[in-house]
Design a binder for this molecule. Structure first.
Ligand SMILES: N[C@@H](CCC(=O)N[C@@H](CS)C(=O)NCC(=O)O)C(=O)O
Length: 210
């Protein structure tokens, strides 16, 4: 399997950390996100969305980071991180879809305003952050409630749901995510941050953040 990626980007970090959690072997193909490598015709032929990451396995060209995690888990038989029990799997799938459709878009606003813009020498737009706050707090409350009395989102041990949902808040202190009211969420994120696969894929130094 060949993973086309830039380790500095959130959805690539998700796949790399998830593959490491599951002990999956793969080759890497470097694409420079900040040089718009994802828009090169050779890459767009693999992912017409011109977005990272993408996985190539023989004749399969796969995009969407959560689909890549699911495929890697099934191909490698990593049933601990993506159990085959029907109801457990449905629950994990639900959180993967929630991450892609709701959580990522909301946390991404904070990433762009408070991390990407400053890196590029621009200022965060407080009006945009204020406009996102209501949706963010609704979603953070949902996740915090799910984590009440649980170490991990869906399973007794970390699963790809934990990696997927943690990824878009991986720079949460730099993103300035307003997490003060969500103790369960903060405790869970601290557990994620202790995972070897998370420590090994720290993005902050690659972006010049401390
Ligand atoms: N839903 C997609 C989102 C992929 C995505 O947005 N990737 C970002 C990097 S994290 C990207 O390459 N965006 C294209 C761009 O900014 O030009 C996934 O989970 O793979």
């Amino acid at each position: 399997m060949k993973l086309y990626f830039d380790p500095r980007t959130v959805n690539c970090r998700k796949v790399v950390a998830g593959f490491q959690l599951m002990g999956i072997d793969y080759e890497t193909m470097d694409i420079d996100y900040f040089a718009q490598g994802q828009q090169a015709p050779e890459f767009v032929a693999i992912n017409p969305n011109a977005a990272l990451p993408a996985l190539v396995d023989g004749d399969l060209k796969l995009w969407e980071s959560n689909a890549i995690l699911q495929y890697g888990a099934d191909k490698s038989g990593a049933a601990g991180a993506y159990p085959t029990d029907l109801k457990v799997r449905a629950d994990i799938n639900r959180w993967l879809l929630w991450e892609a459709s709701a959580w990522f878009p909301s946390t991404y606003v904070y990433l762009v305003e408070n991390v990407v813009k400053p890196i590029l020498g621009a200022e965060a737009d407080q009006a945009i952050l204020d406009g996102e706050a209501e949706r963010f707090h609704k979603l953070a409350g949902i996740l915090d409630a799910q984590l009440a009395g649980r170490d991990w989102i869906s399973t007794p041990d970390p699963s790809i749901a934990d990696i997927s949902v943690a990824a878009p808040m991986h720079l949460h202190s730099h993103q300035k995510l307003p997490l003060e009211n969500y103790g369960n969420l903060r405790a869970w994120m601290a557990r994620v941050e202790e995972l070897p696969c998370w420590k090994a894929t720290d993005v902050a130094p690659l972006l010049g953040l401390s």
